[in-house]
Design a protein around this ligand. Structure first.
Ligand code: HEC
Length: 141
């Protein structure tokens, strides 16, 4: 258990540092064997999620198919509670754009994320706020 956590921490550190310095290169990607597994065992989102309109939209729009209901990721998509998505690296504007326009595979090996162009800007912003607050609640800032 301890070893698993340590290697995860190393991997997180590596992914976030290398992404800032060399965004176009392959080593920015997370190890595929790790990307296939559940990375995070316990994520706290329940404190506020049920009351959050952004969480309601996250569920209704099918995001859990790839990111799971607790944002911990599935075999089809990465966890969103992850150091890569901290504010200094992927700010809210960036997350908004990725949801609206989709995002080409760049950090992981799950393939591309589809665009959700049909969702209103207001609703996307609510989901982004929800994701940001969940990150902060899990001390990823
Ligand atoms: C078919 C699977 C799939 C679905 C459905 C999906 N995503 Fe994703 N999402 C991905 C993948 C794959 C990535 C990571 C791409 C990469 O960096 O390699 C991703 C990345 C993201 C990111 C990070 C974007 C970035 O700039 O790197 C956010 C935020 C996100 N998804 C939110 C959502 C939300 C909100 C929904 C629902 C409206 C959603 N996703 C639905 C597969 C999916």
């Amino acid at each position: 258990m301890l070893i698993k956590h340590l290697s995860l921490l190393l991997m997180i550190g590596f992914a976030s540092i290398s992404c800032q310095t060399q965004p176009e290169q392959d080593q920015t990607k997370v190890d595929p064997t790790i990307a296939q597994a559940k990375l995070i065992e316990s994520i706290i989102i329940t404190e506020f999620a049920d009351q959050h309109p952004g969480y309601d939209l996250f569920l209704k729009n099918g995001c859990p198919v790839c990111h799971d209901k607790d944002l911990s990721g599935t075999k089809m998509g990465p966890p969103l509670i992850f150091s890569l998505y901290k504010n200094g690296h992927h700010n809210n504007e960036r997350l908004f754009k990725s949801i609206k326009e989709g995002v080409a595979q760049h950090h992981w090996y799950f393939g591309n994320m589809p665009a959700f162009a049909h969702i209103s800007d207001t609703d996307i912003n609510l989901m982004v706020t929800f994701i940001r607050q969940s990150l902060e609640l899990n001390k990823i800032k």
